[in-house]
Structures are given as C-alpha cells and as structure tokens.
Design a protein around this ligand. Structure first.
Ligand SMILES: [Zn+2]
Length: 167
C-alpha cells in the first residue's frame, strides 16, 4: 500500500509548527524520495513563512522564491520535493476546495494537521492525483518510521528554519 513514510521526529516537528503558528496556518515543504512502490519517504521538513498576510488564519501560501530555493537545496542533497504541509486552526484535518484548487504538484502528498485551541490534534495526508483538469485528493496512510531508516546523502541547507535530515 502506498504511504507517506515519515520519521517520527519530523512528524512531531510539523505538528509543532502548526501549534506555534496558531491561530494562523503554518506551511512547509516535505523533501525526500519517491520509493519504487509509488510511496514517499520524507527526509526533511522545511518550515516556510505563510505569505497570505491578508487571511493567514484560513489560507496559506509559500512564496515562489522560497519554493525555488527549497527545491534547489533538495536537489543538491539528492532529494526531491515529495509533499507540502499546512495546518487548519480550529478546523478538521480535511482538505478544502481551496486546498485542492491551489494544489498543483501531482504525485505529491498534502499533509494537513488540525490545531484546536493551539494543540495539534489530527494529521492526515492526501495524495494529489490526475492532471490539472481532473485532479483529486486520495487519502494516504502516514507511516511513522525510525530516523535511522532514512540515511541521507547530504545535509540539507540550514537556512530559514530548515530541519536538516540526519538529526
Ligand atoms: Zn487547508
């Protein structure tokens, strides 16, 4: 079965990011590798600033320049962008119509954590399938793995709150 495999420590870090950003939405990028079965192994979670200052409590946006830098750093480390994460302050961990319309990375995972009263509650992952015209989200299992199962080829660039792999 396809799954998003993520080290427990990184999983906790992205949930804590949601708590820290509350009552605003947090957002970030997951870098790692696609495995042979079509699943993904997360090796780093990069915190991003939410640039939706007009509506940060229920929208998020990662700046294009930040995304380009993250992608470049991931490639240098032998990784790829495998997903994105954000939080839903006082809303369920389900995707919204806006989440789907603003998702463009087919094959990537979109991880959503519900944060109620400042505490991270549920975290779900949704796999973006199809093309832009008929794209959809499918529920995807999150599999917590031990850090030592994901030896990394290189340290990720430590800038802007990047959580390097191998920690
Ligand atoms: Zn959302």
């Amino acid at each position: 079965m396809m799954a998003l495999k993520i080290p427990g420590a990184l999983y906790e870090q992205l949930r804590q990011h949601g708590e820290a950003a509350y009552p605003h939405e947090c957002c970030g990028v997951l870098v790692g590798e696609f495995d042979d079965a079509g699943g993904k192994i997360v090796k780093g979670a990069v915190r991003c600033g939410n640039t939706r200052t007009d509506s940060p409590a229920n929208r998020y946006r990662i700046s294009p320049s930040e995304l380009v830098r993250i992608q470049r750093d991931a490639l240098l480390a032998g990784h790829a962008i495998v997903g994105f994460y954000h939080s839903h302050p006082d809303h369920p961990a389900d995707w919204s119509g806006t989440d789907l319309s603003e998702a463009h990375w087919t094959g990537c995972s979109y991880v959503i954590t519900s944060v109620e009263n400042g505490r991270a509650v549920l975290t779900n992952s949704f796999f973006l399938r199809g093309q832009e015209e008929d794209k959809r989200f499918d529920v995807e299992a999150i599999e917590l793995i031990a850090q030592n199962q994901v030896p990394c080829k290189a340290e990720l660039h430590k800038k802007g709150g990047v959580l390097a792999c191998g920690e």
